[in-house]
Design a binder for this molecule. Structure first.
Ligand code: GLC
Length: 735
């Protein structure tokens, strides 16, 4: 062995030690890196970072090695690439995606594991496409069933929306991609979303409209948040002092970046002072006015720079904005630990199918029509939504999917595997829209036949079928499930109600399957033996639906909103209230949103919040509490045994609601404070236990500006929907 002098060894060891020390010194903390980088930046470099440089990107600092920040829609999948300053797709051939189910479907799973799977999967697709910020999820509260974008959100209850958003956020961000939770806040309708000026009492703000965003920030740790178009108390939310500075960054301690909705910024001074960090999508005609770059005309671009250079404003606010943008870049574009991501993988399609199947809600199933029986050999499928793309259209969540399994495709595949034949008839002509932002569905749905001809054909065929599957609902065209417009009524469009009634008359073995993101009126409900809400299921919609129809998947979805019988029953549509709203608008129903209204007013909905059936049955035993009281800062456990009393495996969603029996203020009859999806084999019993904490008893005292639990008696109400409370247990709270 070659002899190496001692001195050489010592020198080698010393060099190694110094190198290690040096390398450890180069790994500065995130905050130290931010400060060091900020110190190197000029004012011009800082201003360039706080507004867009293209439709979906903001500038980095090339000379300092700071990368650009790239955003992408949307909450259900990764938008196709666009040209530098365009909405229309660029026409790449490598950017198709998996379209995951709409978020209302995810919420309808009531399964946090599905949300985690969703976030992981869509985060991997964003990562693969080298995106830094995913513009989603949306957690705005469903205040009215006419809201055009409700399909992108997670229903009417702030607890459910928050609980279902957190795993999605964590799943996405584990890929080194930021979520941008939207649209913060009070963006509950579309038609006049840029000019509607919302006001409401603080209890409603803090108890209903903020909690999902607060949970997304404090528990989900979202690295960015999107401020909404509307105004709040006369000030645009994109530069609203109370919402952005006092609450989001002050009370909640949000350390991420506020990204404007596209075109949501309208004032330089307010944007400087009131917490706007990155301005996107502003409508400037800088390009047409000879400017080299319309982006220099943004409110936080040259106008801001001029104010700084003139000494009109300092740079303290600018540095705060840049710190937040640098932190966002450090967590994403510069994150050395990012995984590689993946796109259009079998795992992602399997996730889309599983989430879709778990979200489908069996609303009604009398006469045991479903699942499809083995002796059903002739199936008639009726309806445009059996064949219409629901992925192309609907606004910024529109996608270029690699494939879309339509309901008819999924049904036909499954039926033929069971030895049955399938025939499809149009039934009605709704929307022949087949493209959006340059993405084409490839369908030509033009049909010159009259309604009478279409109905006659459907009836004639229905009389000959063993089973009729009507597939209708809404679609992604204007005034349906579509950004920028709201629905004009609760009714199904295109004459579907009449067609459904005719079909039920021709063949009572007719199941009604709705593809929608919102509830619809059902004048035919008493005659319909089976009704399913199948949502917008994305790329695997048809497979997920067929899985449930044939019972390969036992339905376990539950409604994330109340399904009203009529619009007049809804809190946002009472006498004297207007819709859509524009200008000053007061949410006079206050905290009584959704089931909180129906419970308190004693109005029976068509289907209650949290409703969903299974092909098996479940029984809940008596609720038990671990103690008779909760003391200040304490908690207690409420347990309930759940048994699968049917003959097949299935999952049930056990819901915990809390009632304040002695409130000194108006409080809803009950409020959702816990849920657990439990899968049980036939005959199996399992005990579900909830931890009830002091915070679950509180309401927001606007006068004290704090959360308060009042001493007295409370009741835990446990059941499988807001309208199916099976067992209760009372306890006391004392300070
Ligand atoms: C749209 C939407 C927002 C979307 C953004 C970018 O107007 O309101 O949800 O992420 O612009 O497309």
């Amino acid at each position: 062995m070659k002899h190496i002098p001692f001195l050489s060894l010592a020198l080698a060891a010393a060099v190694t030690f110094v190198a290690c020390v040096n390398s450890s010194q180069t790994t500065v903390s995130e905050e130290d890196w931010i400060e060091q980088t900020l110190a190197k930046m000029s004012v011009e470099q800082k201003v360039k970072m706080i507004h867009a440089q293209s439709k979906f990107s903001s500038a980095g600092v090339p000379e300092l090695g700071i990368p650009e920040l790239w955003c992408t829609d949307g909450p259900h999948g990764i938008r196709p690439e666009v040209l530098w300053d365009e909405w229309v797709q660029a026409g790449w051939t490598s950017d198709s995606c998996v379209a995951f189910p709409a978020l209302t479907c995810l919420a309808a799973t009531w399964n946090r594991e599905m949300s985690a799977l969703y976030g992981k999967s869509i985060g991997e697709e964003a990562r693969y496409r080298e995106k830094d910020v995913l513009l989603g999820p949306g957690v705005n509260i469903l205040r009215t069933p006419l809201g055009g974008r409700n399909f992108e959100y997670m229903g009417e209850d702030p607890y459910l929306a928050g609980e279902m958003a957190v795993p999605y956020i964590k799943g996405v961000q584990a890929n080194g991609v930021a979520t941008c939770v939207k649209h913060y806040c009070l963006n509950n309708e579309e038609t006049h979303r840029h000019t509607v000026d919302i006001d409401l009492d603080d209890r409603a703000l803090y108890e209903i409209y903020l909690p999902a965003f607060k949970k997304a920030v404090q528990e989900g740790g979202s690295w960015s948040i999107m401020s909404s178009y509307n105004l709040y108390r006369g000030q645009h939310v994109c530069h609203n002092k109370r919402l952005l500075v006092d609450i989001l960054k002050g009370e909640w301690g949000f350390d991420g970046a506020v990204i404007s909705d596209w075109g949501g910024v309208h004032d330089t001074d307010e944007a400087i002072q009131n917490g706007m960090d990155i301005e996107f999508g502003t409508w400037t005609d800088g390009l047409t006015m000879g400017k080299t770059n319309s982006y220099d005309s943004y409110y936080l671009a040259d106008p801001y720079l001029e104010k700084i250079r003139s000494g009109e404003v300092g740079t303290e606010e600018l540095d705060d904005k840049v710190r937040r943008v640098l932190r966002l870049i450090h967590r994403t574009a510069m994150n050395p630990a990012k995984p590689t991501g993946s796109m259009r993988s079998p795992e992602h399609y399997a996730a889309a199918r599983k989430i879709g199947g778990e979200g489908i809600v069996l609303l009604k199933n009398e006469g045991d029509l479903l699942p499809v029986k083995a002796d059903v050999k002739k199936i008639l499928v009726v309806g445009e939504n059996a064949v219409k793309s629901m992925i192309v259209g609907g606004g910024s969540s529109s996608l270029k999917a690699q494939h879309e399994i339509y309901p008819l495709t999924g049904i036909t595949e499954r039926a033929e595997a069971a030895g049955a034949t399938v025939k499809w008839v149009r039934g009605y002509v709704g929307s022949t829209q087949n493209s959006y932002n340059g993405v084409k569905s490839g369908q030509d749905l033009n049909d010159s036949r009259s309604t009478a001809e279409l109905v006659a054909e459907a009836i004639g065929e229905a009389e000959k079928a063993d089973l009729v599957l009507f597939v209708g609902g809404l679609n992604k065209s204007n005034h349906q499930d579509c950004e920028g417009t709201d629905r004009e009524g609760l009714e199904l469009p295109y004459g579907q109600d009449n067609l459904i009634e005719e079909l039920l008359g021709a063949n009572p073995n007719t199941a009604v399957i709705l593809i929608s993101g919102n509830p619809v009126a059902m004048p035919w409900i008493s005659d319909a033996p089976a009704v399913i809400e199948a949502w917008h299921g994305g790329s695997e919609a048809g497979h997920a639906l067929a899985d449930v129809l044939w019972g390969d998947v036992n339905p376990s979805g539950h409604l994330p909103f109340t399904w009203p019988a009529t619009l007049a029953d809804c809190p946002a549509h009472q006498d004297g209230m207007t819709f859509p709203n524009d200008g000053k608008t007061f949410y006079s129903e206050g905290i009584l949103v959704g089931y909180r209204w129906f419970d308190t007013k004693g109005i029976a909905p068509l289907f209650p919040f949290g409703h969903g059936l299974s092909y098996t049955t479940f029984a809940l035993g008596e609720a038990r509490t671990s103690a008779s009281a909760i003391r200040k800062g304490g908690s207690l456990k409420v347990s309930v045994p759940v048994t699968n009393t049917g003959d097949r495996a299935g999952a049930e969603v056990i819901q915990l609601y809390i009632s304040d029996d002695e409130a000194s203020v108006l409080r809803p009859e009950k409020e959702l404070k816990g849920f657990e999806k439990v899968c049980l084999q036939p005959g199996e019993t399992r005990t579900v236990t909830f931890d009830v904490k002091e915070e679950d008893l509180q309401f927001f005292d606007a006068d004290k500006h704090e959360w308060v639990a009042e001493p007295g008696t409370f009741t835990a109400r446990i059941g499988t929907s807001a309208g199916a409370i099976a067992t209760t247990a009372s306890f006391n709270y004392s300070r």
